[in-house]
Design a protein around this ligand. Structure first.
Ligand code: SF4
Length: 84
């Protein structure tokens, strides 16, 4: 069966092969001083959901799972427009 394809979907929306659980588990063990606040995190993901470069939870600019990339303070949007 072909994998679903969803433009502007997060992994949380489609959960391909349980990847969302794996990503969530990785975020859960990140130290608090490395993670952004939930407000910043949600804002970043809402921005990604409006972006044409989001495909199946992956940013087409960098190949990252956006839910994982957005969780870290040191990360930023890789677009030339720096959406976040
Ligand atoms: S280019 Fe930036 S806003 Fe767009 S999906 Fe990637 S990280 Fe998100």
């Amino acid at each position: 069966m072909p994998k679903p394809f969803c433009k502007k979907c997060l992994l949380a929306d489609i959960d391909i092969d349980g990847l969302y659980k794996q990503v969530s588990d990785l975020i859960a063990v990140m130290p608090d001083d490395v993670k952004v606040s939930s407000e910043v995190y949600n804002h970043r993901l809402e921005t990604c959901k409006q972006c044409d470069r989001l495909e199946n939870g992956i940013c087409a600019e960098c190949g990252c799972f956006v839910e994982l990339r957005a969780a870290s303070k040191r990360n930023y949007c890789p677009s030339v427009y720096k959406y976040w």
